[in-house]
Ligand binder design. Structure first.
Ligand code: NAD
Length: 471
């Protein structure tokens, strides 16, 4: 990979824009690059290029599509070091995590390509056999967030391509650069115009949601923006997939071995500095073990080494951007004002960049922002409950429903609790993790539809029922 300027990729060609916007390194708070600011005219060009590519790609059979997608995944793997360094610079995560992100992004493409969308013979009808076809939609607009920009953009791209569509991809304005490089790689590895990448501000996302040439919006981001996307897409009845925010509860029952679960539970909450849709965001611990659990989590928090993701031997990087940094600190301020006890951390580090010390808070209840909202940062509340019933009721008392977990030494007890949780994914004695073969998404305001798995793949296709089918 070169250190060439960052360009839009449209129809397989790099294209400059008139405007540019700064990209900030969250470890310093300073701009280090600029990204092209795509105009509405660029969007028109990208949609036209995608439409043209779609008309050929939809004729390509499943085996050839799979091979092309595998070649794309391999081309990404071949650029791991350069992509990871860029991702760390713009996103803030430690280099080891950035390398993992590149690997997972490639795996999502390959794993999705391996899925079988299904369809085929249903039954006999008056005209003869009835067959169900999954038919590609056309052009999919992919809108991604900043927390795991490569994985999340590529999982949506992979599903769109595997179902026979072409895409126009818009990364978050906070993390556009590595995705632009993926657009260049796609232009080399795949037919021209199949994957077009445009960087720009939120306005570009709005234009995509109203563009008459886009058939579906695949969106991963916040619940607030997801609602705007859905409202805007209604004007053209675009299909939408919305994978939105979460406020995942971990329920820790009183029969756990606290020391044994703490490293896993801590990582599930603080990985990527808490900026993960499926991070643990609330812990409900039974009274008998609540204090010991909170203390052990606090000890873990104090052990964390924070720093610039490019430095060796760091555990956590900064919060990704200034608005999120300010939001997490305001949530922490509210927790203090409501009598929250800070066992570890408690504020920003005295250094440039958006660093917040990993923070454990006890003594809060519902009504505190840290409990009710998605903090999306390195601050975790530990709440005490008496019974399993209370834990379930409080875990479910939210408009979110992405993930949840139950931690217990007793499998039957854990499963009984798990069955009552209103969440798209429930883990027992673990929390977090998604793979291309399993549907992932949320109940309630955590989203509409599912991404990944065969269910996810099918949401990138229309259903056509053919009566009198012979093949
Ligand atoms: P965000 O909603 O602020 O932005 C997401 C994307 O939407 C960005 O590319 C942004 O430019 C674009 N956008 C903004 N306004 C728009 C509009 N009106 N129309 C169209 N596009 C618009 O989200 P974020 O802060 O980047 O990401 C963090 C959020 O994403 C968290 O809530 C997190 O839980 C969620 N998330 C969910 C999943 C999941 O799988 N459910 C995965 C990762 C992140």
């Amino acid at each position: 990979m070169t250190s060439a300027p960052f360009l839009l990729t449209i129809g397989g060609e790099g294209m400059a824009a008139d405007g540019a916007f700064p990209v900030i390194d969250p470890a310093t708070g300073e701009p280090f690059e600029t990204a092209p600011d795509a105009s509405e005219a660029h969007l028109d060009l990208a949609v036209a290029a995608a439409r043209a590519a779609f008309l050929s790609w939809r004729q390509v059979d499943a085996a050839a599509r799979r091979a092309a997608m595998r070649a794309f995944a391999d081309a990404i793997r071949a650029e791991t070091e350069a992509l990871a360094a860029l991702l760390t610079r713009e996103q803030g995560k430690p280099l080891t995590a950035a390398r993992r992100e590149v690997a997972v992004a490639a795996d999502r493409i390959e794993g999705t390509a391996a899925l079988d969308i299904g369809g085929g013979y249903l039954r006999e009808g008056p005209q003869g056999p009835v067959r169900l076809d999954y038919v590609p939609m056309g052009v999919v607009g992919v809108i991604a967030p900043w927390n795991a920009p490569l994985i999340l953009a590529m999982q949506m791209v992979a599903q769109a391509l595997a179902a026979g569509n072409a895409v126009v991809v818009k990364p978050s304005p906070f993390t556009p650069l590595a995705t632009l490089r993926l657009g260049e790689i796609a232009a080399r590895a795949l037919p021209a115009g199949l994957v077009n990448t445009l960087s720009g501000g939120d306005a570009l996302g709005r234009w995509m949601t109203t563009h008459p040439g886009i058939d579906k919006i695949a969106f991963i981001g916040s619940t607030a923006t997801g609602k705007k996307v859905m409202a805007s897409a209604a004007a053209t009845l675009k299909r939408v997939s919305l994978e939105l925010g979460g406020n995942d509860a971990a329920i820790v029952l009183d029969d756990v071995d606290v020391a044994a679960i703490v490293p896993r539970l801590f990582t599930s909450a603080f990985v990527n500095s808490g900026q993960l849709c499926m991070a643990v965001k609330r812990v409900y611990a039974q009274a008998a073990i609540a204090d010991a659990l909170a203390e052990a989590l606090a000890a873990e928090a104090r052990r964390m080494r924070l720093g610039n993701g490019l430095e060796a031997d760091i555990d956590l990087g900064p919060v990704q951007n200034r608005p999120q940094f300010d939001k997490v600190l305001a949530i922490l301020q509210d927790a203090r004002a409501r009598g929250g006890r800070i066992l570890a951390g408690g504020g920003a580090l005295d250094r440039p960049g958006y660093f917040i010390a990993p923070t454990i808070v006890t003594g809060l209840a519902e009504g505190a922002r840290l409990v009710d909202e998605e903090q999306f940062g390195p601050v975790l509340p530990i709440l005490t409950v008496d019974t399993e019933e209370e834990a379930v009721a409080r875990a479910n008392a939210t408009r979110f429903g992405l993930g949840a977990s139950v931690w217990s030494g007793d499998q039957a007890r854990a499963e009984a609790v798990a069955r009552q949780l209103e969440a798209g994914t429930v883990w027992i004695n673990g929390h977090g993790g998604a793979t291309p073969d399993l549907p992932f998404g949320g109940f309630k305001e955590s989203g509409i539809g599912r991404g990944m798995g065969v269910a996810g793949l099918r949401s990138y296709a229309e259903i056509r029922v053919v009566h009198g089918a012979r093949a």
